[in-house]
Ligand binder design. Structure first.
Ligand code: FCA
Length: 333
């Protein structure tokens, strides 16, 4: 029998095989480290995403590195930090979707796998970056449910069309936010609400103070409206609106709002007396936190590529059922 390595082809084969084996052993041995960057770490929604990602880390056995990345500079520094710490990938809800191309390029250069959550990257052409793996919500559909709920509650309360107006707290620079409020207003129109009674209150910042300021301006301009229906991109938007309405003497008998997230309004629902914050479309923080982390883990460890685009749904919670539903979803005990 000939010595196998006397043939150059066989020798190359063996060398390649050996290299692959060494590589495999190295990657099998390297502990999996995953980053999770969020744009607004103070929002309960993002804290819950982290909580569920932590649960995944514990159950699946990897290290989770959490970073509050509130602006572009912090995002870039966090990616450098992940690379230096030997992470293999990260999940991100970016503070600005237009940073998408820069983040994607940096991740590629650092050989880090990338998955965006909640807010989809926008390319230089202004279109969603469909090639970056993403998990987000079915924003338009969820918004429509908000609008349909508001229309039904208005009817139930017997508020007349002449006395009632819609306050849409908008944040149109973020696609998922615009899709939500557009969905809500289109459902209200479909339910017969007059277009000229739908008013936008554009937020400068997507938080409670941003909504509060925007709605105060609208309320000053439209002081004759007797009943308000409020929608917005999330719970914070509607909470800001509710606080502004309260400042003008509106309460649950004269104004109602429906938020989105369902996680940032728990304190509001727990208040002893109802407020104008009528309900919220509860999203699945578990899918956004646990499942994205699990997808990333399997991608790194087993080479299983996640789907390019996953969308989650929402369910309506109100003061009547929130305790039960939040318990079922593992958000409260
Ligand atoms: C966006 C919002 C969050 C949450 C998430 C699913 O990132 O800012 O509040 O609604 O989408």
């Amino acid at each position: 029998m000939k010595f196998p390595f006397t043939s150059p082809r066989l020798a190359t084969f063996a060398a390649v095989g050996l290299f692959a084996l060494v590589n495999l052993a190295a990657s099998a041995a390297a502990p999996v480290k995953i980053g999770f960057l969020v744009k607004q770490p103070e929002e309960p929604w993002f804290q819950l995403e982290w909580k569920f990602a932590d649960q995944a880390a514990k159950e699946l056995g990897f290290t989770l590195i959490k970073t509050g990345a509130t602006d572009g500079e912090k995002v870039l520094a966090a990616i450098d930090n992940l690379a230096a710490n030997g992470a293999q990938g990260f999940i991100i809800c970016t503070p600005d979707t237009h940073l998408g191309p820069g983040i994607a390029a940096k991740a590629k250069a650092a050989n880090l796998k990338l998955l965006s959550v909640d807010d989809q990257f926008v390319g230089a052409d202004g279109k969603p970056m469909a090639k970056i793996h993403h998990l987000g919500i079915s924003a338009g559909k969820i918004g429509e449910s908000v609008g349909a709920t508001l229309a039904a509650e208005m009817k139930k309360r017997g508020w007349s069309a002449a006395d009632t107006a819609v306050c849409a707290v908008t944040f149109d620079e973020l696609a998922t936010a615009k899709e939500r409020t557009d969905g809500a207003t289109s459902a209200l129109l479909a339910a017969g609400f007059a277009k000229e009674k739908i008013f936008k209150a554009p937020q400068r910042t997507s938080d409670i103070p941003g909504a509060f300021d925007a709605v105060n301006i609208l309320l000053t301009q439209k002081s004759s409206v007797k009943h308000w229906l409020v929608c917005g991109m999330n719970d914070s938007a509607v909470l800001g609106a509710v606080r502004a309405l309260e400042g003008r003497g509106f309460g649950p008998d004269t104004a109602i709002g429906v938020g989105i997230n369902g996680t940032d309004c728990i304190v509001e629902f727990e208040k002893s007396k109802p407020t104008s914050f009528y309900g919220s479309m509860l999203l699945s923080a578990k899918q956004h936190g646990y499942q994205t982390a699990e997808m990333m883990f399997k991608w790194i460890k087993d080479g299983v590529e996640p789907p390019l685009d996953s969308r989650t749904i929402g369910v309506l919670i109100t003061r009547d059922n929130f305790r039960q539903v939040l318990k079922e979803q593992g958000i409260t005990k």
